[in-house]
Design a protein around this ligand. Structure first.
Ligand code: MSP
Length: 469
């Protein structure tokens, strides 16, 4: 039994959540549920990132005080967590005074250890990304993710000596002591480190909405530093210190640099153990453009869940694209997957097997419901975050089981009165249904539970209803 600390990023609350956020949370949930199923002890953390210029501007636009605005939108992220059946153990908010105090103490430690100094800086800042960009990052003068020009920011700020840690971090990533995956992202990070690491500014003079720098009241802590520290502060706030270091940080590709380079450097500076694995997923795009609240091309996950059911949404996002790569979102594809894979595939198999058992009064007294094992081969795929491959393999099992039924024509055995053969066949099919249910359970927890209930009670109803045009 291992202790595993699994995290999602904490989400910006400048606007309501979209499908991109749902994606990171669903993936983390599958991993958390999978390891819980192996009897590991899990601390699964999610939450919201609530300070900084981006949030302050959004609050102002809405005509609300930042904290009032933060409470409102953070609530929506919390609701989404429930709606998506995310089994998180804690929800952190960076406006929690306990987190704010932790950040302040953390910065003081960096300052006392002489990792902080003051410097004037001028750069191109994208408020959407909450980070400085270089000329090289821009496409036609715009931030490639937010499609608008960055603003010039000139300030005297506090800087963290990131450059001191360059060679150490490079070696840790190279040797997989911090495992950055997929491999292509690891190579990208190593290549970027080789271009040289500059020290980074960790405070802002111009941003009011933030945590005060403890030794300089005129500045607030840069929102990314405030945010990264959540992983540590949460272990203290929720009394899970013994879960440190993180087993897995799950992140989108826009924020891998912060997690793979800046975060480990901060931890090294305060002598804390480093995260073991950082897994980077791709973007959801709509017509080839990153789905983003700032661009305004978002798909609302709540609407999707209300219309198609939570497990259809979970299934679609993990089945349609390899995890790690970008994927263009299509509601038509979601409906196809719902009808073909869920209703006709899994739903049909369960329905056929259970109704044949019920109709023919097949005795189930010999079947041990509790000892069912998930397929180890497929488990390995899940463990390595190969969600799409795992689901393809599960659906092969479903297709085989459905085919066996079509070929064996058990309804004929029933008509011919071959009760013994019918019973043997249905027991085998039932075993398969139970194995499939266990294997698919981290992905489709609601469905798995429904199958277990119906398998016991034989009180049958369709698991998935087809969507009609
Ligand atoms: N607040 C920071 C994270 C701080 S973690 C210490 C942040 N927030 S975010 O709301 O912009 O993004 C949170 C997560 O959602 C990231 O992993 C990001 O990659 C993911 N997504 C946001 N838009 C996305 C898509 N269009 N597609 C897939 N995921 C994307 O960054």
């Amino acid at each position: 039994m291992e202790k595993r600390f699994i995290t999602t990023p904490i989400y910006y609350i400048n606007d309501a959540p979209h499908l991109g956020h749902a994606y990171t949370s669903i993936a983390a949930d599958v991993i958390a549920r999978y390891f819980r199923g192996k009897d590991d002890e899990i601390f699964f953390l999610t939450g919201t990132d609530e300070h900084g210029a981006k949030i302050a501007q959004a609050a102002e636009k809405a005509g609300k005080e930042p904290k009032v605005f933060a409470d409102e939108i953070s609530g929506k992220f919390k609701d989404l967590t429930e709606k998506l059946n995310i089994s998180s153990d804690a929800f952190i908010r960076t406006t929690d005074p306990k987190h704010e105090k932790y950040v302040s103490d953390f910065l003081q430690k960096l300052y006392d250890a002489k990792f902080i100094y003051k410097k004037s800086y001028e750069g191109l800042y994208c408020v959407g990304c909450e980070k400085f960009l270089t000329e090289k990052d821009l496409v036609d003068g715009n931030c490639p993710d937010h499609k608008c020009p960055p603003e010039i920011q000139a300030e005297e700020n506090w800087f963290f000596r990131l450059s001191d840690f360059a060679s150490q971090i490079r070696a840790l990533i190279e040797k997989d002591e911090i495992e950055v995956r997929p491999q292509s992202r690891k190579n990208e990070i190593l290549g970027k480190i080789d271009l040289g690491l500059e020290d980074i500014s960790i405070s802002r003079k111009s941003v009011e909405w933030g945590i005060r720098v403890p030794w300089d009241e005129t500045q607030t802590v840069y929102v990314w530093i405030d945010a990264l520290i959540n992983y540590l502060s949460a272990t203290e706030i929720f009394k899970k210190e013994d879960f440190w270091p993180p087993h897995l940080h799950l992140v989108g590709r826009d924020i891998v640099w912060f997690h793979a380079v800046i975060w480990p450097a901060l931890l090294l500076a305060v002598e804390k153990k480093l995260p073991k694995k950082i897994f980077v997923h791709g973007y959801f795009t709509v017509d080839g453009q990153k789905m983003s609240k700032t661009i305004g091309n978002v798909v609302d996950p709540i609407e999707l869940v209300n219309k198609y059911g939570v497990d259809s949404v979970r299934y679609y996002v993990l089945r349609d694209f390899p995890f790690g790569e970008d994927g263009d979102v299509s509601i038509a594809r979601l409906e196809e997957r719902h009808n073909n894979d869920l209703a006709s595939g899994l739903g049909n198999l369960v329905q056929r097997v259970l109704s044949l058992i019920k109709q023919n009064n097949i005795s189930m007294s010999d079947i041990d419901f509790t000892q069912r094992k998930a397929s180890e081969r497929i488990n390995n795929l899940t463990e390595n975050l190969k969600f799409q491959e795992a689901l393809i393999e599960i659906w092969k099992l479903i297709a085989i089981a459905n085919k066996e039924i079509a070929e064996a024509e058990p309804w004929k055995l029933a008509k011919e009165g071959k009760k013994k053969e019918l019973e043997e066949f249905l027991h085998k099919s039932f075993e398969k249904v139970l194995e499939i249910t266990e294997t698919v359970s981290p992905y489709l927890p609601e469905t798995a539970e429904e199958i277990r209930i119906q398998a016991k009670s034989l009180d049958l109803k369709p698991i998935f209803k087809k969507i009609q045009d």
